[in-house]
Design a protein around this ligand. Structure first.
Ligand code: E4P
Length: 218
């Protein structure tokens, strides 16, 4: 399972990269706004900066909602760096844009996926990734992990190349459950990734090892 970090925060991206487990980054317009990145040129510069830090795929989302606008913006984003994956919402125009861009060899990430039907259409259009939002489903009394499980099963059955990128991850158990049901990628906040390391028995065990060593090695 690949690990992406879900942020536009440069320090957090660097921290995850330094851990040595990072496979990519996802951003969205809200995450960019949270970092105060505004203006066309600054936004492009920020994506380029992220690409310099990580080795893997970097999702950059289009703002346009019409077909022409999406492909124009998508082509511009893709030209910034070969690591850029153009993130496109799962709308009618979005599906058309994914088809167009994927035929041109541009990687795409179909976002805001909340149903199996949306995932199937995006895969048919040639999306490199589809992003079902687990946390937002859970927030609405619907089991997000079950959606991941169903999509993984269908994509395996039809041998689609599209990767299932579990998004809107809120905590460590989401990550573990995604691994259990075979998600290809998880995109997570840094604290959820670091949280995977936490176990009180590890802390107690390490403390005791060091204490025992110190007894004989003063
Ligand atoms: C990533 O691709 C999504 O944009 C992101 O995971 C959404 O997460 P949220 O539901 O926490 O905003």
């Amino acid at each position: 399972m690949k690990f992406f970090i879900d942020t536009a925060n440069i320090e957090q991206i660097k921290e995850a990269q330094e851990l040595g487990i990072l496979d990519g980054v996802t951003t969205n317009p809200s995450l960019m706004a949270k970092e105060g990145i505004k203006g066309h040129e600054n936004i492009k510069k920020h994506y380029k900066k992220i690409c310099e830090i990580v080795d893997g795929d970097v999702s950059a989302e289009v703002i346009a909602t019409d077909f022409e606008g999406m492909i124009k913006e998508g082509e511009e984003l893709a030209s910034l760096d070969e690591q850029i994956v153009v993130k496109i919402p799962v709308t009618r125009n979005g599906i058309k844009a994914i088809k167009y861009l994927s035929e041109k060899g541009i990687s795409t990430n179909c976002t805001l996926v909340f149903s199996v039907g949306q995932a199937i259409l995006a895969a048919k259009a040639g999306a490199s990734y589809i992003s079902p939002f687990i946390g937002r489903l859970d927030d609405n009394s619907t089991n997000g992990i079950e959606l991941i499980e169903k999509i993984v099963e269908i994509f395996d059955y039809y041998e689609y190349d599209t990767e299932v990128l579990a998004a809107s991850i809120r905590h460590t158990m989401h990550i573990v459950q995604c691994a259990e049901v075979g998600a290809d990628v998880v995109t997570c906040p840094l604290n959820a990734i670091i949280g995977l390391l936490k176990h009180p028995l590890t802390d107690i065990g390490l403390e005791n090892f060091l204490k025992d060593h110190k007894k004989l090695n003063k």
